[in-house]
Structures are given as structure tokens and as C-alpha cells.
Design a protein around this ligand. Structure first.
Ligand SMILES: Cc1cc2nc3c(=O)[nH]c(=O)nc-3n(C[C@H](O)[C@H](O)[C@H](O)COP(=O)(O)OP(=O)(O)OC[C@H]3O[C@@H](n4cnc5c(N)ncnc54)[C@H](O)[C@@H]3O)c2cc1C
Length: 391
């Protein structure tokens, strides 16, 4: 049994802490709080859960497992955290080989998912919010949807406490406590040392700022998120307005159906603005709002003037190839970094703890080869992979 300090109680940290505790370790989880932390990427009303991942079958398979487990979590927690409302990725033009949508369609068809190709005018009639003249083709996957991500973190934080994890919601990591050729714990903001055999850094977009040596391979980027309240809610109900990506590889726009509070969330996935998560400028810009309005007028006319009830800049922790980074630091024995979700990691919450705990324990896991420590992948390499991994 090891004494493991997990830094950061977003979805990576909280799931890792629970799994490590389950495996018999003594676990200390720290976060400046309150939880879910208002600036954390995990904290929002929704995150998309989909199996469409272009031609990347590893992620599709991982999403399939996650979706089954999301259904189990709904049962286990007795709350509908995962809403299986379907996800559609649609295009203005016909899908063709090489497109995110086409390749997803092919893989999901091979893997016998319940899907339909969105290329008939008849079918589009079922989705009245959409401008029928603009979008012509795409894919609708039925066994997918969204999760209430902030609520998930809140519930898992409670679970963490109930299983005996020492959760400190008012403690900020300051630096690693290093010595004798290894990491022997952490130093927190007030200068206090917390000893540990192993330290898991799960601080998302804060990683390149609190561990400056990771700046070569992590980039924190801000992406705009908007919550709108339509005056006519009916066309945005989940039955006729699934989670969507609207020509996402070119426009970046994706969104979610009306939630319990009558809010439709629309966000943009792109290269984003590089900034610290603590930046005082974490507000959407006028330009970003204008771009949104332009997109809405063309795509969802009934939403074009809907009042904005909330907006935020949500932070991705981007890697150079768009994949997770869940790996021990070869130069700092005892340190494991679990970050680098590049904006698409939440859906894997039910399997993340297991993957991170395997990295902590040095257990074999095929995915850890992919998510390994890989400073050799330089900035700009496989940029497209990251761009084509919409949320
Ligand atoms: C706009 C946007 C949309 C997204 N949409 C989707 C989606 O639709 N589907 C999907 O699957 N994924 C999506 N993602 C990705 C998903 O949100 C992330 O993969 C996930 O939330 C990352 O979790 P995390 O635990 O790594 O980081 P975070 O949730 O950011 O948590 C990091 C935690 O570290 C803590 N921390 C920071 N500094 C310190 C410190 N010094 N000491 C201690 N603790 C500290 C913070 O308080 C925070 O609680 C989206 C992300 C963004 C930004």
C-alpha cells in the first residue's frame, strides 16, 4: 500500500483517487475548491458522450465501454447523470472518405452501432430547429448523449469522502517536494509539506503553469461556451434536438439540447486562445459572441436572438497530438501526470480512474502506450488529430 497524493479534484483527479482507494492505497486528494471548482474544465452543465471518433477505433472502443458504465452509474447513483439523447455530426456537403463524419460512420457501422445516415430531406423533418437548406449529410448515433459533468464531479467528490479518501477542498499545490532522486510529496501554498510515496498531478489546464517543465508538451487554451434560453423551447427538446456537431471540422460549433432549466448550450471547439486558467480575462469576447450569432442565424434561426444567460471560457489542456497524457515522469520518480485531454476527455470518466491507477501502479494497459510520456511529439505534429477530435 502506498500513500498517494492526488492533486486536483476535477474528473481525472476524483476518479483516480476513488480507484486508488479501491485498490488499497491511502489517498489524499487536494484542490483549492470549492468543488466542483468553478474554473475547472469539468464544471459545466453538460459534456458530450459519443462513440464517433473518426477512424480512431481505440477511442471508439473506450467510449463504448464508458457508455455502458454511464448507464450503470445512472442506476448506481439513482440519478440520471447521463442522458442518452443521441449525438449527430452533420455536414453541409456530402460526407466523403477522410471526413470525420464519414470515417466515424464507417467504423460505427462495422461495430454494429445503432446509427443512421442523415442524408434524406425526410429525415431532416424530424429536426425542426435546423435550417433545412443548409445541412445535407451526416451521422446520428443513438446510443450516446451527454452527461451533467459538474454534477458528476460533485457526486464523485462525496463518494470520495465516503470511501475514506482524505479530501481537502481548501488546499492549493505550490510545488513538488523533491529529494533523494525522487518526489517525496508536495509543498502547498502556506509552505506546509505533505509527504507521499507517489504524487498524481491531475490539474488539467493548470499543468503547464504549476509544473513549468511540462510547457514543452502541454498548452492551456480557452474555448468559448454559451448558454442560451430560447423563447420557443419546443424545437430544442432532446427528442428533436440531439447533441450535435455542425460541420464541426470547419465551423467548430457543437451543442446540446434544452436542459431542465430551459437552457441550450452551444460552444466552439478550435485552436482556442492560449492563456492561464487563472487569467483575469476569462470572459468570452465580443467577437466570439458575434461569431456565435452569425452561426445561429444561419443554422438555428429560432435561436438567433435568444438571450445569453451565461457564458464562460473553458480551458483545454492540449497535447501536441490531441491524446491524453497519463504517465509517470521518467525524470522525477514518484510523479505521475494525468492530463492532456485536449477537450474531449470527460466522456471517459467511468474508465479514467482505472487507466490512471494502472499508470500509478505500473500495471500493463495497452492504452498507456498511447498516453505515454512522449516529449518527442513536437508542437504542430498531428495538429489535425486534435482538431478532428471534437468534444
Ligand atoms: C469548452 C470545453 C468543452 C468540453 N466538452 C467536452 C465534451 O463535450 N465531452 C467530453 O468528453 N469532454 C469535453 N471537454 C473536456 C473535459 O471537460 C476535460 O477532459 C475534463 O474536464 C478534464 O478534467 P481534469 O480533471 O483534467 O481537469 P479540470 O476539470 O480542469 O480539473 C482540474 C482541477 O485541478 C484543480 N487545481 C488547479 N490548480 C491546483 C493547485 N495548484 N492545487 C490543487 N488543485 C489545483 C482545479 O481546481 C480543478 O478542480 C470539454 C472541455 C472544455 C474546456
Amino acid at each position: 500500500m502506498s500513500r498517494v497524493i492526488v492533486v486536483g479534484a476535477g474528473i481525472n483527479g476524483v476518479t483516480a483517487a476513488i480507484e486508488l482507494k479501491k485498490r488499497g492505497h491511502r489517498v489524499i486528494l487536494i484542490d483549492p475548491g470549492p468543488l466542483p471548482h468553478p474554473l475547472a474544465a469539468s464544471t459545466d452543465i453538460s459534456k458530450a458522450v459519443r462513440a464517433a471518433y473518426g477512424e480512431d477505433e481505440d477511442y471508439t472502443a473506450l467510449a463504448e465501454r464508458s457508455i455502458k458504465l454511464w448507464r450503470d452509474w445512472n442506476q448506481e447513483f439513482g440519478i440520471e447523470l447521463y442522458h442518452e439523447v443521441g449525438v449527430m455530426f452533420v455536414r453541409r456537403q456530402e460526407m466523403k472518405p477522410g471526413d470525420f463524419e464519414y470515417e466515424s460512420f464507417k467504423i460505427l457501422e462495422q461495430r454494429e452501432h445503432k446509427i443512421v445516415r442523415m442524408n434524406s430531406a425526410q429525415l431532416w423533418k424530424r429536426f425542426p430547429a435546423w435550417n433545412p437548406d443548409l445541412y445535407r449529410d451526416g451521422i446520428l448515433e443513438f446510443e450516446s448523449g451527454y452527461v451533467e459533468s459538474g454534477r458528476v464531479v460533485a457526486i464523485l467528490s462525496e463518494r470520495a469522502k465516503s470511501v475514506g479518501i482524505e479530501l481537502h477542498e481548501d488546499v492549493r499545490f505550490s510545488q513538488l517536494d523533491e529529494g533523494d532522486d525522487r518526489v517525496k510529496g508536495i509543498v502547498v501554498e502556506d509552505g506546509k509539506r505533505i509527504p507521499g510515496d507517489l504524487v498524481v498531478m491531475a490539474v488539467g489546464a493548470w499543468t503547464p503553469y504549476v509544473l513549468p517543465f511540462t510547457r514543452k508538451f502541454f498548452r492551456a487554451t480557452g474555448q468559448p461556451v454559451f448558454h442560451l434560453r430560447p423563447s420557443q423551447p419546443e424545437p430544442f427538446a432532446p427528442e428533436c434536438f440531439p447533441v450535435f456537431g455542425a460541420d464541426i471540422s470547419t465551423t467548430g460549433y457543437y451543442g446540446f439540447p434544452l436542459n431542465r432549466e430551459g437552457v441550450v448550450k452551444i460552444a466552439n471547439h478550435g485552436l482556442g486562445r492560449e492563456m492561464s486558467p487563472e487569467s483575469p480575462n476569462r470572459a468570452v469576447t465580443l467577437q466570439e459572441e458575434e461569431n456565435l450569432r452569425e452561426f445561429l442565424s444561419a443554422t438555428f434561426p429560432a435561436l438567433a436572438d435568444a438571450p445569453l444567460v451565461y457564458s464562460r471560457v473553458c480551458m483545454y489542456c492540449d497535447t501536441n497530438d490531441g491524446h491524453f497524457w497519463i504517465a509517470p515522469d521518467p525524470e522525477r520518480h514518484g510523479l505521475i501526470v494525468a492530463a492532456g485531454d485536449s477537450g474531449h476527455g470527460f466522456k471517459f470518466a467511468p474508465v479514467l480512474g482505472e487507466i490512471i491507477a494502472d499508470a500509478v501502479e505500473g500495471k500493463a494497459n495497452l492504452l498507456l502506450q498511447r498516453f505515454r510520456w512522449r516529449p518527442e511529439i513536437r508542437s504542430g505534429e498531428q495538429k489535425e488529430a486534435a482538431r478532428f477530435n471534437p468534444d
